[in-house]
Write a protein that binds this ligand. Structure first.
Ligand SMILES: Nc1ncnc2c1ncn2[C@@H]1O[C@H](COP(=O)(O)OP(=O)(O)OP(=O)(O)O)[C@@H](O)[C@H]1O
Ligand SMILES: [Mg+2]
Length: 172
């Protein structure tokens, strides 16, 4: 039997991390954790006040996510975390070398359209713009897969599970 993956679901705001993450976890039979829940109180206060986080604020948050992920090593788990920059992923891997990234990728128009239908969540266009500007795609030396977010959540989950399966095949 192959070792279950510990998956970090990454991608820009609105790409479907919170939607797909739990579906994928259910399909893999492993626990799901919401990355946003790992912020220290100082970050929650900052975000509530509308102050953008700086990278220095993100390190303890990423370390907490990494600690959860590492605790699932060999057991499997799925956690969401936008992980837009290589340096954020390096930080996660420092805590949890076993993680594989699932990059949910889609074009701006599609994501913007989905965001516009989201209830109780206002996302200015400029914020999405800056998310795409910040995004550094997975590099060849990073374990992970890129999955397109067209179609229904069920279709995307299926696509993600297949891609992760194939990843396991190539690393054996
Ligand atoms: N495949 C899909 N088809 C249609 N709508 C979708 C799909 N995936 C996600 N959505 C919708 O798009 C919006 C954004 O999805 P979601 O909240 O999962 O994104 P996210 O990556 O977690 O965003 P954030 O970074 O802001 O937390 C939600 O309203 C969600 O219901
Ligand atoms: Mg989310």
């Amino acid at each position: 039997m192959r070792t279950p993956h510990v998956v970090v679901v990454m991608g820009v705001a609105g790409t479907g991390k919170t939607t797909i993450g739990p579906l994928l976890a259910a399909r893999l039979g492993v626990p799901y954790a919401e990355g946003d829940d790992f912020h220290p109180q100082a970050n929650i206060d900052k975000m509530s006040a509308g102050t953008p986080l700086e990278d220095a604020d993100r390190w303890p948050w990423l370390d907490a996510i990494g600690a959860w992920a590492h605790g699932r090593a060999g057991l499997g788990g799925v956690v969401s975390c936008s992980a837009l920059k290589r340096s954020y992923r390096d930080r996660l891997r420092a805590e949890a070398p076993e993680v594989v990234f699932l990059h949910l990728a889609g074009d701006r128009a599609l994501i913007e359209d989905r965001m516009s239908h989201r209830q109780g969540h206002f996302m200015p266009t400029a914020l999405l713009e800056s998310q795409f500007a910040t995004l550094q795609p997975l590099q060849p030396d990073e374990a992970g897969v890129v999955v397109d977010v067209t179609g229904s959540p069920e279709e995307i989950t299926e696509r993600a599970a297949d891609a992760l399966d194939a990843l396991a095949d190539t690393s054996r």
